[in-house]
Design a protein around this ligand. Structure first.
Ligand code: TEU
Ligand code: CA
Length: 557
């Protein structure tokens, strides 16, 4: 297999808990994935990114790992996992596992030892500090609410947890801990995995001294990111990891990196001197966030999205490599945010697909995105399961006294459970996800939106994605062409070109529910239609044309 195979690959993300339940306990599992490999083969994807399947008490659905070398009981056995991997490789599908090593579970054996005494050999696997005047060691807030420090009675010290208190941060300053991580990575690579998606990997290096964060909000605890995002030794740690482990395997790596800028992107994904194959940046996901952050969702502007995407496309061209995503297990459904999940669900799902997949980079499809699955609107907080959502609700409603309705609306827009409702396979009971009681309620629209229906309709979003994946294999320009933005100031149409050798690919996407007429440069005419989402679309590109609601079309000239 050639070098840098991930550049012409399409990745499909599986969130195992919600994908397919094989034994009726209401929880998706590994055998359930194996049952659906032909479905993935039919779609044509090249790589699966599997969210964590390791042993975990599931405080954060597997992102809190208690044993890195065992499979979670609810998901099956190591034998099931090996059969799944085998089934993937037989179909030419590669597997990328989730590597969650900024933190572990507090139920990991390392932590059980670490908390026992100050001189335990595992003490320095985690970040312990004494309190200051009876308070936490600093003012950092946890991303899941409250302080980032938890007091532990046994040794009368605090440990750092940037996420939940059941997710203590690992201490990367400790070389023995780094060795442990390398070993567990080798363990999985030796079993045949093809790479890693690295959870919040740019948080692993903390500023020595762990200084207080600047006070920027009226809350008790503050965002300490200045002291751990792309921290002082991050690059060095990653270089070492590459040299010692990854370089021996030709593995694909994708670093999840909140707050990464295009400049970081160039540095981190540089072909010769970089540290990851590509990274997940968040700028375009934050385009809907107001001054109050992720729960303060605001109307967004297409020109802002254009600025962000164009910056990443241009900066990384020929220097690094982009990942292309609009959904994952932490984000709302893209058709509900950037399209219209009511009147133009299918049209806008296809528009977003073509617009994204024809950019430069490796595209990611999150389970159900290929069906145009939508956000879910539960009306009671009891229906929600996500720790981040539940903590936030408690803090805002129970502690600060804000209105239930207001907070629920924010959850409808941005809650992570939007992406975590079960995959919709059929129009039968529980959408064919389980024969038992699903761990989280389904989106009631499964009678309309499901894989069975999509597979029997040649105009479905499923086959549209399949076609996009096929086109990528046929046209080098999709992988290699450079990017240019047209109609920069237009708030409804996103039009760009890609150029490679003597070819030009032009992609025009209407992000609005209205007819919009536009005019193109004379040089951009004729060519051949590559893909469209409306039946009657001219075979040749015309200088003046009217784009219908959420229409997308691409021509090769
Ligand atoms: O997410 C890290 C992250 O910074 C956010 O996307 C986070 O999910 C949250 O929405 C911030 O508001 C990764 C995983 O993808 C996520 O599922 C985990 O909960 C988190 O790390 C901790 O492991
Ligand atoms: Ca199950």
């Amino acid at each position: 297999m050639g070098k840098q195979w991930w550049k012409d690959s399409v990745v499909y993300q599986i969130y195992p808990r919600s994908f397919n339940d094989s034994n009726g306990d209401g929880i998706g599992d590994i055998k359930g994935i194996t049952e659906k490999l032909d479905y993935l083969k039919e779609l044509g994807i090249d790589v699966v990114w599997l969210s964590p399947v390791y042993q975990s008490p599931n405080d954060d659905n597997g992102y809190d790992i208690s044993n890195y070398r065992e499979i979670m009981d609810e998901f099956g056995t190591m034998k099931d996992w090996e059969e799944m991997l085998d089934g993937m490789h037989k179909r030419g599908i590669r597997l990328v596992m989730d590597l969650v090593v900024n933190h572990s579970s507090d139920e990991h054996a390392w932590f059980a030892e670490s908390r026992k005494s100050k001189d335990n050999p595992y003490r320095d696997y985690y970040i312990w500090r004494p309190g200051v005047d009876g308070h936490e060691p600093n003012n950092w807030g946890s991303i899941f609410g409250g302080s980032a420090w938890q007091y532990d009675e046994t040794t009368e010290e605090y440990y750092l947890h940037l996420f939940s208190k059941k997710q203590p941060d690992l201490n990367w300053e400790n070389p023995t801990l780094r060795e442990e991580v390398y070993e567990l990575m080798s363990f999985w690579l030796d079993k045949g995995v093809d790479g890693f998606r690295m959870d919040v990997i740019n948080f692993i290096s903390k500023e020595p001294g762990l200084p207080d964060a600047e006070v920027t909000s009226p809350d008790k605890y503050q965002w300490g990111g200045d002291y751990f995002v792309n921290g002082p030794k991050f690059f060095e740690y990653m270089k070492d990891m590459n040299e010692r482990v990854l370089s021996q395997y030709g593995a694909m790596t994708v670093g999840e990196m909140p707050l990464a800028t295009p400049e970081d992107g160039v540095k981190y994904t540089d072909e010769k001197d970089g540290i990851v194959s590509m990274l997940f940046q968040f700028e375009h996901m934050d385009v809907t966030s107001g001054p109050g952050g992720k729960w303060d969702q605001q109307p967004w502007k297409l020109t802002d999205l254009k600025k962000i995407i164009s910056k990443w496309q241009t900066e990384l061209h020929g220097r690094g490599w982009n990942s292309l995503y609009m959904e994952n297990h932490d984000q709302p459904r893209s058709v509900s945010v950037f399209g219209d999940d009511q009147s133009y669900r299918v049209e806008s799902a296809k528009m977003l697909a073509a617009w994204l997949h024809l950019l430069q980079g490796t595209p990611y499809i999150y389970q159900g995105q290929e069906l145009g699955m939508t956000n879910v609107y539960f009306d009671s907080i009891e229906e929600y399961k996500d720790i981040e959502t539940l903590n936030m609700y408690k803090e805002e409603v129970e502690e600060k006294g804000r209105e239930h309705e207001e907070i629920l609306q924010a959850i409808h827009k941005k809650g992570r459970d939007n992406a975590r409702t079960p995959m919709q396979w059929t129009d039968e009971q529980h959408a064919g996800f389980t024969s038992g009681t699903p761990w989280i309620k389904l989106n009631p629209n499964y009678t309309e939106v499901n894989a069975k229906k999509a597979l029997s309709d040649e105009n479905s979003t499923f086959y549209f994605y399949k076609e996009l994946i096929r086109l990528r294999k046929e046209h080098d320009i999709i992988v290699h062409g450079d990017y240019k933005l047209l109609l920069e100031d237009n708030e409804q149409l996103y039009v760009y070109t890609r150029s490679y050798k003597d070819q030009t690919l032009i992609v025009a996407a209407n992000f609005s529910g209205e007819n919009v007429t536009h005019e193109l440069d004379e040089s951009l005419q004729g060519g051949n239609l590559l893909i469209k989402n409306y039946e009657s679309t001219s075979d040749k590109l015309e200088q003046t044309s009217t784009m219908r609601p959420y229409e997308v079309k691409a021509y090769l000239i």
